[in-house]
Design a protein around this ligand. Structure first.
Ligand code: NIG
Ligand code: FE
Length: 420
């Protein structure tokens, strides 16, 4: 069905088909009285409302009057861990009592404590949890997520996690880019034997993941106490040889060598980067790797330190923003909340955070040519927000402003009738 959204404060992010850095990372492509026409899942006309109105199909379908509201492409959340069972409320309470993430993990909390939940849950139950969670992402304006396995940590449970993501994707609502994160933590059976666990993943699990097309990317938690740079490299090289793209949890809690590894392997993203130094940033820039920043996890962990967004932007590295949705460090699916944190705590501008959450998010999941901007031929992933100035998106923190969400040209969430 054809759908026209008109009378919009439109952010198109139109521009070169590449991740945006420098001045381009501040260009939102604002059209004050704009419109976007969608048909068969794609954008067929976009620009000033007067111009779009002249398209022969402009009035052939449903017309939504945005009433001057802000309209932009669906957010692309390039870093999430949504395949888990229960929330980790015990860890949460312990942190409020002053314990650190690392202390809690060393005493039996942390990632490994979420493993029991996934191992004891069926593929069907995991899928149903994911379907519920997907609705939460969509209603906040996120139309695509990158989604990692990583709370199974054995062959059956990692495959089960990725298959549950495949079922979610088949539902056709929220778009899912799956990532195999087998080396998220060393499971109890391999305690003290991280290299053996990596060898097991490469020999026993990766071939099935690749053969069944269960993941587009591979990722590793390259971090002190988890996987060192050598173990990480061994896993990622095997994944790349099996045809998967590469991403790295790098320099989050300690200097891990993850950023240099990401650059060496020309990874799609290096994520977190809290402890990245200037040499790391220069290497990432040369490699064309996107810095995927997840300040929601610093916020939730109560850390004073934030990822060095300004230094990363000044180094000319393209920045994507993501939630890091997970039960341990960021139980938040709302990208608007992350944008607010990024402006207030990392001193990114309201324009930079929007570029980072749309066009750069799309490049950070390998979909830069079809998602993340409002341009003719792109996917009709379009969101209307209940505000008239785009700066409000990172200002009213705690409030979901998304009122109508189109995924591939279909309304998948709506709380406001936008009839003419
Ligand atoms: O990105 N760093 C590793 N993964 C998550 C934490 C996951 C957890 O604690 O369950 C992160 O912060
Ligand atoms: Fe993560």
């Amino acid at each position: 069905m054809k759908q026209l959204v008109t009378n919009a404060t439109l952010l198109t992010f139109a521009g070169p088909a590449e991740p945006r850095a420098g001045a381009a990372a501040r260009n939102v492509g604002l059209i004050r009285r704009g419109a976007v026409l969608m048909d068969e899942g794609k954008i067929v006309s976009v620009g000033p409302a007067d111009m779009v109105a002249k398209h022969p199909d402009a009035l052939k379908g449903r017309v939504h009057d945005a009433g001057g509201r802000v309209v932009l492409p669906g957010f692309v959340d390039a870093h999430t861990h949504p395949v888990f069972g229960a929330p980790r409320l015990k860890d949460f309470e312990l942190r409020a009592q002053g314990r650190t993430y690392q202390e809690i993990a060393a005493e039996g909390g942390g990632i490994v404590s979420s493993v029991h939940g996934v191992r004891g849950t069926t593929e069907k139950e995991l899928t149903s949890l994911l379907v519920d969670r997907a609705a939460r992402f969509l209603e906040c304006g996120t139309t695509t997520i990158e989604a990692k396995s990583g709370y199974g940590l054995d062959k059956d449970s990692e495959l089960k996690s990725l298959r549950a993501l495949k079922h979610l994707a088949a539902g056709g609502m929220l778009e899912v880019v799956p990532t195999f994160l087998g080396p998220h933590a060393v499971p109890p059976e391999y305690l003290g034997r991280a290299s053996d666990y990596v060898r097991f993943l490469v020999k026993e699990v990766l071939p099935v993941v690749a053969a069944e097309g269960l993941a587009k990317y591979a990722d590793v938690f390259c971090e002190q106490g988890y996987f060192d740079a050598y173990e990480s490299e061994a896993f990622l090289k095997a994944a790349a040889a099996a045809g998967l793209g590469v991403r790295v949890h790098a320099e989050q809690l300690s200097r891990s060598g993850g950023a240099q590894l990401a650059a060496k392997l020309k990874a799609c993203t290096a994520d977190h980067l809290d402890k990245a130094d200037d040499l790391d940033l220069a290497a990432l820039k040369d490699a064309g790797t996107v810095a995927c920043l997840v300040p929601g996890s610093n916020h939730f962990l109560g850390l004073a330190e934030m990822p060095p967004a300004r230094r990363i932007l000044d180094a000319g590295v393209p920045v994507a923003l993501a939630t890091d949705f997970n039960p341990g460090t960021c139980p938040c699916w709302n990208m608007q909340e992350i944008l607010a944190i990024a402006v207030s705590r990392m001193k990114m501008s309201p324009e930079e955070v929007l570029v980072a959450a749309t066009v750069n998010g799309a490049w950070a999941v390998g979909l830069g040519k079809t998602r993340g901007t409002l341009e003719v031929g792109r996917a009709a992933d379009v969101v209307v927000y209940d505000c008239t100035d785009y700066r409000e998106l990172s200002y009213w923190f705690g409030k979901n402003l998304a009122v109508t969400v189109f995924k591939a040209g279909k309304v998948v969430h709506s709380t406001l009738e936008l009839r003419t």
